[in-house]
Design a protein around this ligand. Sequence first.
Ligand SMILES: *Cc1c(COP(=O)(O)O)cnc(C)c1O
Length: 468
Amino acid sequence: MSKLEKVYDSEEFRKSGHALVDMLADDLKANLDRTNEKVIDFIDPDQNYQNWSDRSFADPVEYFKAVMENSIKLQHPRYIGHQVSAPAPLAVLAGFEGLMLNSGGAIYEMSAASSTLEKVLIDRLKPYFGLDEGDGIVTSGGTLSNLTALICARNVKASEDVWNVGQKEKYAFMVSEEAHYCIDRAVRVMGWGDAGVIKIPVDNQYTMRVDLLGDYYHKAQRDGIKVLGVVGSAPTTSTGIYDDLLAIGSFCREKDLWFHIDAAHGGPAVFSEKYKHLMDGCHLADSITVDAHKMMMTPSLTTMLFFAESHNSYRTFAQKAQYLWSAGDEEWFNYGKRTMECTKIMLSVRLYALIAIYGMEIFDEYLTKCYDMGRRFGELLKADEHFELAVLPQSNIVCFRVKGENKEQTNQNNINIRRALLEDGRFYIVQTVLKELVYLRVSIMNPFTEEKDLNELIATIKRIIAFG
Ligand SMILES: *Cc1c(COP(=O)(O)O)cnc(C)c1O
């Protein structure tokens, strides 16, 4: 057999494929049973580089195993760090099928299943956001989705044809100072610089001070900057608290501004009977970003961008003035016209697999469980004299810190605790800075994280404090 014949040999594929699934299934079980003691085996990056550089592998399974052993375990209930899902095995399998078929993409002929399911998915989910008349796309990540939405907003709201001719005027979006950094980045990619992103201060709940929007809007006007829209966070990444979407939406209606909601993390609250009220006002949005790889159990990256007006979904990358296009030019099935990507991974099939097999209720169950547990963790911390919360949690994101007298020293203590936890490896949590104070930060992404895990984390932190 030639080397190329070996590469494409179906029996080789079958054999290593089965072995890979067996290995991952065993690991999944060991994670959920907590018999895998460590969530992360942290290795210094330069050391890790050395380890990989000199390594050779006898067969594919040995290679797969090495990759797995060097990877943080997102399926472990004590992984409570960044907001990345513990992907549902079914969604992973659908993604795996998609990788082999490799037919996602710009034009329908190349992507019949994935393009059609993209539309089925968007049409199925948009009513939950109150965007019944809308449309949308599936794209590679919240960062790209937010950029896509803001470019569209510029095309729709700017007073000149920026897409085709460039711009003479100055523009800006208004956004909370706690918004995800990718909004700031998107504005800079659009060439607007510092002045293009007007940061609105937050209140003591870390939500946007909507009462200040008018002042900032008028100040921008006086400075010769045209505000095109406002971006609301649902919720902010750092604290997990939702902006007042209803109030921001009303302001945007009144001033004829684009209202984009960055609901990358918490958009799926709309599927939860208990928590959908957090998204109240989302029907006023012009566009909404929702990551399925955060709170919808789908592998990274799988993101939906909804537009309230279906026509707008075609206006981001319009190569010629869209109003010249006949309705017939709006071919829903050739997604390349509407997405930043040309060739695209088969994204929709992964998320749709969960709906096709388990039904929509699964998203309610999942999100409600994670949010409940976040709030419960907040209660446990509040009741403990060693800790203080940044804010009472509204979702599955919890920011807390070990108390102390001296500001600098307390910040350093919390940094040291986080570092000690990383090196210990039995939990994975992260940290953030809010109003110059360092906080430990937890996101409960795994529906099998239980109160006993969180109590064990609290006990572990106390042991670290006691023994320095
Ligand atoms: C995670 C997140 C993003 C970035 O999304 P990616 O999918 O990681 O690109 C943007 N905004 C918010 C609010 C987020 O939580």
